[in-house]
Design a protein around this ligand. Structure first.
Ligand SMILES: [Mn+2]
Length: 415
Protein backbone atom coordinates (compact mmCIF):
# COMPACT_ATOMS: atom_id res chain seq x y z
CA UNK A 1 0.00 0.00 0.00
CA UNK A 2 2.91 2.32 0.83
CA UNK A 3 4.26 1.70 -2.64
CA UNK A 4 0.93 2.59 -4.17
CA UNK A 5 0.85 5.86 -2.21
CA UNK A 6 4.31 6.56 -3.47
CA UNK A 7 3.33 6.07 -7.08
CA UNK A 8 0.14 8.10 -6.65
CA UNK A 9 2.24 10.94 -5.26
CA UNK A 10 4.65 10.65 -8.16
CA UNK A 11 1.85 10.83 -10.71
CA UNK A 12 0.27 13.85 -9.06
CA UNK A 13 3.50 15.73 -8.53
CA UNK A 14 4.59 18.63 -10.69
CA UNK A 15 8.23 18.88 -11.64
CA UNK A 16 10.32 19.34 -8.51
CA UNK A 17 7.34 19.63 -6.18
CA UNK A 18 6.23 17.05 -3.61
CA UNK A 19 2.43 16.91 -3.63
CA UNK A 20 0.78 16.09 -0.28
CA UNK A 21 -0.14 12.39 -0.01
CA UNK A 22 -3.16 10.76 1.73
CA UNK A 23 -1.18 10.62 5.02
CA UNK A 24 -0.96 14.40 5.18
CA UNK A 25 -4.68 14.90 4.63
CA UNK A 26 -5.33 12.31 7.33
CA UNK A 27 -2.97 14.13 9.71
CA UNK A 28 -4.99 17.33 9.15
CA UNK A 29 -8.22 15.51 10.04
CA UNK A 30 -6.62 14.08 13.17
CA UNK A 31 -5.47 17.55 14.22
CA UNK A 32 -8.93 18.98 13.56
CA UNK A 33 -10.70 16.14 15.40
CA UNK A 34 -8.83 17.07 18.58
CA UNK A 35 -10.60 20.42 18.54
CA UNK A 36 -14.11 19.02 18.09
CA UNK A 37 -14.80 18.17 21.79
CA UNK A 38 -18.46 17.15 21.93
CA UNK A 39 -19.42 17.41 18.28
CA UNK A 40 -18.96 15.85 14.86
CA UNK A 41 -17.75 17.75 11.82
CA UNK A 42 -19.72 17.46 8.58
CA UNK A 43 -18.55 19.02 5.31
CA UNK A 44 -20.36 18.72 2.02
CA UNK A 45 -17.99 18.68 -0.97
CA UNK A 46 -18.74 20.63 -4.12
CA UNK A 47 -21.35 19.01 -6.34
CA UNK A 48 -21.29 18.87 -10.12
CA UNK A 49 -23.20 21.89 -11.41
CA UNK A 50 -23.33 21.47 -15.14
CA UNK A 51 -24.01 25.11 -16.04
CA UNK A 52 -21.28 26.49 -13.79
CA UNK A 53 -18.79 23.72 -14.55
CA UNK A 54 -19.18 24.26 -18.29
CA UNK A 55 -17.51 27.65 -17.80
CA UNK A 56 -14.93 26.89 -15.14
CA UNK A 57 -14.51 23.12 -14.91
CA UNK A 58 -15.10 21.29 -11.63
CA UNK A 59 -13.14 22.49 -8.59
CA UNK A 60 -13.42 21.18 -5.04
CA UNK A 61 -14.43 23.50 -2.18
CA UNK A 62 -11.20 24.50 -0.48
CA UNK A 63 -11.92 23.44 3.14
CA UNK A 64 -13.04 20.07 1.83
CA UNK A 65 -9.94 19.81 -0.33
CA UNK A 66 -7.68 20.83 2.57
CA UNK A 67 -9.02 18.01 4.75
CA UNK A 68 -9.37 15.28 2.12
CA UNK A 69 -7.41 16.06 -1.04
CA UNK A 70 -10.51 14.66 -2.78
CA UNK A 71 -11.21 16.19 -6.19
CA UNK A 72 -14.43 14.48 -7.28
CA UNK A 73 -17.95 15.91 -6.91
CA UNK A 74 -20.71 15.04 -4.46
CA UNK A 75 -18.62 13.70 -1.53
CA UNK A 76 -19.41 14.20 2.18
CA UNK A 77 -16.91 14.20 5.05
CA UNK A 78 -17.74 13.18 8.62
CA UNK A 79 -15.15 13.41 11.40
CA UNK A 80 -15.72 12.56 15.07
CA UNK A 81 -13.67 13.57 18.10
CA UNK A 82 -10.97 11.02 19.01
CA UNK A 83 -12.24 7.83 20.66
CA UNK A 84 -9.67 5.79 22.56
CA UNK A 85 -7.00 7.99 21.00
CA UNK A 86 -8.17 7.25 17.45
CA UNK A 87 -9.91 9.58 15.00
CA UNK A 88 -12.89 8.16 13.16
CA UNK A 89 -13.51 9.72 9.80
CA UNK A 90 -15.83 8.75 7.02
CA UNK A 91 -15.90 9.68 3.36
CA UNK A 92 -19.23 9.28 1.61
CA UNK A 93 -19.14 9.04 -2.19
CA UNK A 94 -21.91 9.01 -4.79
CA UNK A 95 -22.41 5.71 -6.59
CA UNK A 96 -21.15 5.68 -10.15
CA UNK A 97 -23.52 6.80 -12.94
CA UNK A 98 -22.40 5.27 -16.24
CA UNK A 99 -24.66 7.65 -18.20
CA UNK A 100 -23.17 10.73 -16.56
CA UNK A 101 -19.65 9.36 -16.93
CA UNK A 102 -20.07 9.64 -20.69
CA UNK A 103 -19.98 13.40 -20.14
CA UNK A 104 -17.46 13.92 -17.39
CA UNK A 105 -15.43 10.73 -17.29
CA UNK A 106 -14.92 7.74 -14.98
CA UNK A 107 -15.43 8.55 -11.33
CA UNK A 108 -14.36 6.63 -8.27
CA UNK A 109 -17.24 4.79 -6.60
CA UNK A 110 -17.68 3.68 -2.97
CA UNK A 111 -17.57 0.02 -4.06
CA UNK A 112 -14.29 0.24 -6.00
CA UNK A 113 -11.83 -2.39 -4.77
CA UNK A 114 -9.01 0.13 -4.22
CA UNK A 115 -11.17 2.92 -2.76
CA UNK A 116 -9.47 2.95 0.67
CA UNK A 117 -5.99 3.36 -0.81
CA UNK A 118 -7.22 5.89 -3.33
CA UNK A 119 -8.96 8.11 -0.77
CA UNK A 120 -6.78 7.48 2.31
CA UNK A 121 -9.96 6.79 4.35
CA UNK A 122 -10.49 3.52 6.25
CA UNK A 123 -14.24 3.95 5.88
CA UNK A 124 -15.73 4.88 2.51
CA UNK A 125 -19.49 4.54 2.20
CA UNK A 126 -22.13 5.45 -0.40
CA UNK A 127 -23.76 8.87 0.18
CA UNK A 128 -27.11 7.17 0.93
CA UNK A 129 -25.55 5.93 4.20
CA UNK A 130 -24.69 9.44 5.39
CA UNK A 131 -27.96 10.13 7.24
CA UNK A 132 -27.98 6.87 9.18
CA UNK A 133 -24.28 7.21 10.06
CA UNK A 134 -24.83 10.78 11.26
CA UNK A 135 -27.73 9.66 13.47
CA UNK A 136 -25.57 6.89 14.91
CA UNK A 137 -22.81 9.37 15.79
CA UNK A 138 -25.32 11.80 17.28
CA UNK A 139 -26.25 9.17 19.88
CA UNK A 140 -22.79 9.78 21.23
CA UNK A 141 -22.10 13.46 20.50
CA UNK A 142 -24.43 16.38 21.05
CA UNK A 143 -23.28 19.01 18.55
CA UNK A 144 -22.53 19.36 14.84
CA UNK A 145 -19.84 21.55 13.29
CA UNK A 146 -19.96 22.57 9.66
CA UNK A 147 -19.06 25.44 7.32
CA UNK A 148 -21.47 27.73 5.48
CA UNK A 149 -25.16 28.61 5.51
CA UNK A 150 -26.30 26.02 3.01
CA UNK A 151 -24.68 23.18 4.97
CA UNK A 152 -26.17 24.50 8.20
CA UNK A 153 -29.64 24.53 6.62
CA UNK A 154 -29.25 20.98 5.31
CA UNK A 155 -28.03 19.70 8.67
CA UNK A 156 -30.80 21.50 10.56
CA UNK A 157 -33.29 19.57 8.46
CA UNK A 158 -31.59 16.29 9.40
CA UNK A 159 -31.03 17.09 13.08
CA UNK A 160 -33.43 19.91 14.02
CA UNK A 161 -32.77 19.85 17.77
CA UNK A 162 -28.99 19.82 17.65
CA UNK A 163 -26.64 22.71 18.17
CA UNK A 164 -24.97 23.46 14.82
CA UNK A 165 -21.85 25.66 14.97
CA UNK A 166 -19.58 27.07 12.31
CA UNK A 167 -16.17 25.38 12.11
CA UNK A 168 -14.80 27.96 9.68
CA UNK A 169 -12.49 29.61 12.24
CA UNK A 170 -11.25 26.28 13.58
CA UNK A 171 -10.30 25.08 10.11
CA UNK A 172 -8.87 28.52 9.25
CA UNK A 173 -6.44 28.28 12.17
CA UNK A 174 -5.09 25.05 10.68
CA UNK A 175 -4.98 26.42 7.14
CA UNK A 176 -3.10 29.56 8.22
CA UNK A 177 -0.10 27.41 9.08
CA UNK A 178 1.51 26.14 5.88
CA UNK A 179 3.36 22.80 5.91
CA UNK A 180 6.69 22.42 4.05
CA UNK A 181 4.85 20.61 1.23
CA UNK A 182 2.36 23.47 0.93
CA UNK A 183 5.21 25.97 0.90
CA UNK A 184 6.83 24.18 -2.07
CA UNK A 185 3.54 24.26 -3.94
CA UNK A 186 3.02 27.96 -3.15
CA UNK A 187 6.59 28.70 -4.23
CA UNK A 188 5.93 27.01 -7.54
CA UNK A 189 2.77 29.09 -8.13
CA UNK A 190 4.81 32.19 -7.32
CA UNK A 191 7.68 31.23 -9.65
CA UNK A 192 5.29 30.61 -12.53
CA UNK A 193 3.54 33.92 -11.84
CA UNK A 194 6.87 35.81 -11.81
CA UNK A 195 7.59 34.25 -15.21
CA UNK A 196 4.20 35.54 -16.38
CA UNK A 197 5.15 39.05 -15.21
CA UNK A 198 8.43 38.85 -17.16
CA UNK A 199 6.45 37.88 -20.28
CA UNK A 200 4.20 40.90 -19.69
CA UNK A 201 7.16 43.25 -19.48
CA UNK A 202 8.25 42.04 -22.92
CA UNK A 203 4.78 42.48 -24.39
CA UNK A 204 3.78 45.85 -22.92
CA UNK A 205 4.35 48.68 -25.44
CA UNK A 206 2.64 51.85 -26.66
CA UNK A 207 -0.32 50.95 -28.90
CA UNK A 208 -0.80 47.50 -27.36
CA UNK A 209 -3.98 46.60 -25.50
CA UNK A 210 -4.26 45.59 -21.86
CA UNK A 211 -5.81 42.24 -22.88
CA UNK A 212 -2.76 41.43 -24.97
CA UNK A 213 -0.59 41.82 -21.89
CA UNK A 214 -3.06 39.71 -19.88
CA UNK A 215 -2.94 37.06 -22.63
CA UNK A 216 0.88 36.95 -22.57
CA UNK A 217 0.73 36.38 -18.80
CA UNK A 218 -1.93 33.69 -18.72
CA UNK A 219 -0.26 31.86 -21.64
CA UNK A 220 2.76 31.33 -19.38
CA UNK A 221 0.91 29.69 -16.54
CA UNK A 222 -1.43 27.59 -18.61
CA UNK A 223 1.62 26.45 -20.58
CA UNK A 224 3.26 25.43 -17.27
CA UNK A 225 0.32 23.18 -16.36
CA UNK A 226 -1.37 25.50 -13.86
CA UNK A 227 -5.11 25.00 -13.80
CA UNK A 228 -6.67 28.46 -13.58
CA UNK A 229 -6.35 32.10 -12.55
CA UNK A 230 -6.24 32.53 -8.79
CA UNK A 231 -8.42 35.62 -9.48
CA UNK A 232 -9.44 37.67 -12.52
CA UNK A 233 -6.28 39.27 -13.97
CA UNK A 234 -6.02 43.01 -13.35
CA UNK A 235 -4.10 44.76 -16.13
CA UNK A 236 -4.73 48.51 -15.93
CA UNK A 237 -2.96 51.23 -17.91
CA UNK A 238 -3.03 55.01 -17.38
CA UNK A 239 -6.28 55.98 -15.56
CA UNK A 240 -7.16 52.29 -15.11
CA UNK A 241 -4.10 51.83 -12.89
CA UNK A 242 -6.03 53.71 -10.19
CA UNK A 243 -8.99 51.27 -10.21
CA UNK A 244 -8.28 48.64 -7.56
CA UNK A 245 -10.09 45.64 -9.05
CA UNK A 246 -10.19 46.73 -12.69
CA UNK A 247 -10.63 43.63 -14.83
CA UNK A 248 -12.00 44.74 -18.24
CA UNK A 249 -8.43 44.86 -19.56
CA UNK A 250 -9.71 46.50 -22.76
CA UNK A 251 -7.80 49.80 -23.09
CA UNK A 252 -4.99 50.68 -25.47
CA UNK A 253 -1.95 51.95 -23.62
CA UNK A 254 0.19 54.94 -24.54
CA UNK A 255 3.81 55.89 -24.10
CA UNK A 256 4.70 57.28 -20.70
CA UNK A 257 1.68 55.78 -18.90
CA UNK A 258 1.88 53.42 -15.98
CA UNK A 259 0.77 49.81 -16.37
CA UNK A 260 -0.35 48.01 -13.21
CA UNK A 261 -0.49 44.20 -13.39
CA UNK A 262 -2.02 42.27 -10.49
CA UNK A 263 -2.07 38.70 -11.76
CA UNK A 264 -1.71 35.28 -10.12
CA UNK A 265 -1.77 31.65 -11.19
CA UNK A 266 -3.35 28.76 -9.33
CA UNK A 267 -1.10 25.73 -9.66
CA UNK A 268 -1.89 22.38 -7.99
CA UNK A 269 -4.54 24.15 -5.93
CA UNK A 270 -2.36 26.96 -4.53
CA UNK A 271 -2.68 30.64 -5.40
CA UNK A 272 -0.09 33.31 -6.10
CA UNK A 273 -0.88 37.02 -5.88
CA UNK A 274 1.79 39.33 -7.29
CA UNK A 275 1.58 42.93 -8.54
CA UNK A 276 4.08 45.06 -10.41
CA UNK A 277 3.68 48.52 -11.93
CA UNK A 278 5.87 49.51 -14.89
CA UNK A 279 6.16 52.50 -17.23
CA UNK A 280 5.05 51.94 -20.86
CA UNK A 281 7.61 52.65 -23.60
CA UNK A 282 9.65 55.12 -21.52
CA UNK A 283 11.49 55.37 -18.19
CA UNK A 284 9.41 56.36 -15.13
CA UNK A 285 8.65 60.11 -15.17
CA UNK A 286 10.00 62.14 -12.25
CA UNK A 287 6.59 62.17 -10.51
CA UNK A 288 5.89 58.47 -11.21
CA UNK A 289 9.28 57.56 -9.79
CA UNK A 290 8.73 59.73 -6.71
CA UNK A 291 5.41 58.01 -5.92
CA UNK A 292 6.89 54.60 -6.80
CA UNK A 293 9.70 55.08 -4.27
CA UNK A 294 7.16 55.89 -1.54
CA UNK A 295 5.16 52.73 -2.26
CA UNK A 296 8.37 50.68 -2.29
CA UNK A 297 9.50 52.29 0.96
CA UNK A 298 6.14 51.46 2.56
CA UNK A 299 6.44 47.87 1.36
CA UNK A 300 9.94 47.52 2.79
CA UNK A 301 8.80 49.06 6.09
CA UNK A 302 6.01 46.48 6.39
CA UNK A 303 8.28 43.56 5.46
CA UNK A 304 10.82 44.72 8.07
CA UNK A 305 8.09 44.85 10.75
CA UNK A 306 6.61 41.40 10.14
CA UNK A 307 7.23 38.88 12.91
CA UNK A 308 5.25 36.29 14.82
CA UNK A 309 2.86 37.77 17.39
CA UNK A 310 1.97 40.89 15.39
CA UNK A 311 -1.74 41.25 14.44
CA UNK A 312 -2.19 41.24 10.64
CA UNK A 313 -4.28 44.43 10.89
CA UNK A 314 -1.36 46.40 12.39
CA UNK A 315 0.54 46.12 9.09
CA UNK A 316 -1.81 48.48 7.22
CA UNK A 317 -1.11 51.26 9.72
CA UNK A 318 2.65 50.86 9.22
CA UNK A 319 2.18 51.30 5.47
CA UNK A 320 -0.21 54.26 5.81
CA UNK A 321 2.03 56.08 8.30
CA UNK A 322 4.99 55.65 5.97
CA UNK A 323 3.04 56.94 2.96
CA UNK A 324 1.68 59.90 4.97
CA UNK A 325 5.17 60.85 6.12
CA UNK A 326 6.83 60.67 2.73
CA UNK A 327 4.78 62.44 0.08
CA UNK A 328 2.19 65.08 -0.85
CA UNK A 329 -0.51 65.33 -3.50
CA UNK A 330 -0.93 68.31 -5.89
CA UNK A 331 -2.70 70.23 -3.11
CA UNK A 332 0.05 69.70 -0.54
CA UNK A 333 -1.96 67.06 1.38
CA UNK A 334 -0.32 63.87 2.74
CA UNK A 335 -0.71 60.84 0.45
CA UNK A 336 -2.07 58.38 3.05
CA UNK A 337 -5.68 58.97 1.90
CA UNK A 338 -4.75 57.52 -1.54
CA UNK A 339 -3.90 54.17 0.04
CA UNK A 340 -7.40 52.76 0.25
CA UNK A 341 -7.12 49.05 1.01
CA UNK A 342 -5.53 46.67 3.52
CA UNK A 343 -1.86 45.91 3.03
CA UNK A 344 -1.91 42.15 3.71
CA UNK A 345 -3.97 38.99 3.55
CA UNK A 346 -3.20 35.32 3.90
CA UNK A 347 -2.70 33.32 0.68
CA UNK A 348 -3.01 29.56 0.18
CA UNK A 349 -5.65 27.38 -1.46
CA UNK A 350 -7.62 30.62 -1.88
CA UNK A 351 -6.10 33.93 -2.88
CA UNK A 352 -7.80 35.51 0.13
CA UNK A 353 -7.12 32.47 2.23
CA UNK A 354 -9.01 31.23 5.28
CA UNK A 355 -8.20 33.56 8.19
CA UNK A 356 -9.06 33.74 11.87
CA UNK A 357 -8.52 37.45 12.53
CA UNK A 358 -8.25 36.89 16.28
CA UNK A 359 -4.93 35.11 15.63
CA UNK A 360 -1.74 37.15 15.29
CA UNK A 361 0.92 36.32 12.72
CA UNK A 362 2.76 33.06 13.34
CA UNK A 363 5.67 31.18 11.84
CA UNK A 364 4.55 29.34 8.70
CA UNK A 365 1.95 31.93 7.63
CA UNK A 366 2.10 33.15 4.03
CA UNK A 367 0.80 36.68 3.47
CA UNK A 368 0.92 39.41 0.84
CA UNK A 369 2.47 42.83 1.36
CA UNK A 370 0.76 45.17 -1.09
CA UNK A 371 0.83 48.89 -0.44
CA UNK A 372 -0.46 51.17 -3.19
CA UNK A 373 -1.08 54.82 -3.99
CA UNK A 374 -3.88 55.69 -6.41
CA UNK A 375 -4.23 59.33 -7.49
CA UNK A 376 -6.95 59.52 -10.20
CA UNK A 377 -6.32 63.20 -11.01
CA UNK A 378 -2.73 62.38 -11.93
CA UNK A 379 -3.56 59.01 -13.60
CA UNK A 380 -1.03 57.49 -11.25
CA UNK A 381 -1.85 54.14 -9.69
CA UNK A 382 1.05 52.20 -8.24
CA UNK A 383 0.84 48.95 -6.32
CA UNK A 384 3.70 46.61 -5.50
CA UNK A 385 2.59 43.26 -4.15
CA UNK A 386 4.80 40.46 -2.96
CA UNK A 387 4.29 37.29 -0.94
CA UNK A 388 6.23 36.61 2.24
CA UNK A 389 6.61 33.69 4.59
CA UNK A 390 6.49 34.56 8.29
CA UNK A 391 9.57 32.98 9.89
CA UNK A 392 10.66 32.40 13.51
CA UNK A 393 11.88 35.97 13.89
CA UNK A 394 10.86 37.88 10.77
CA UNK A 395 9.81 37.42 7.16
CA UNK A 396 11.20 35.78 4.05
CA UNK A 397 10.36 37.32 0.68
CA UNK A 398 9.10 34.50 -1.57
CA UNK A 399 8.71 36.59 -4.74
CA UNK A 400 11.92 38.62 -4.57
CA UNK A 401 13.27 37.12 -7.81
CA UNK A 402 11.28 39.72 -9.77
CA UNK A 403 12.65 43.28 -9.72
CA UNK A 404 10.87 45.79 -7.46
CA UNK A 405 13.41 48.61 -7.59
CA UNK A 406 12.47 51.22 -10.27
CA UNK A 407 16.02 51.29 -11.71
CA UNK A 408 16.08 47.51 -12.00
CA UNK A 409 12.65 47.51 -13.64
CA UNK A 410 13.83 50.06 -16.21
CA UNK A 411 16.91 47.94 -16.86
CA UNK A 412 14.79 44.79 -17.34
CA UNK A 413 12.58 46.79 -19.75
CA UNK A 414 15.68 47.90 -21.69
CA UNK A 415 15.19 51.63 -21.00
MN1 LIG B 1 -3.60 40.62 -2.94
Amino acid sequence: MRLLYFFCALLAARPGVAAPGPDQYRARRVELSQKLHDGVLVLFGQTEKSEEDIRTGFFQESNFYYLTGWQEPGAILLVTPPQDGKTHDFLFLPRRHPDQEKWTGRKAGPDDANINQLTGFDTVLPVESFESELRKQLERYSAIYTVGEQSTTELKALAPLRDISDARQTIARLRMHKSPEELSLIQRSIDVTLEAHRAAWKRAAPGEYEYQVAAAMTAVYFDQGCERHAYAPIVGSGPNSTVLHYSRNSRRMDRGELLLMDVGAECAGYAADITRTIPVGAPFSKRQREIYQIVLGAQNAVIAAIKPGLPLRDLSKIARDYIDAHGKDLHGEPLGKYFTHGVSHHVGLDVHDATDFTQPLAEGNVITVEPGIYIPEESIGIRIEDMVLVTKDGAKLMSGALARDPGEIEKALGR
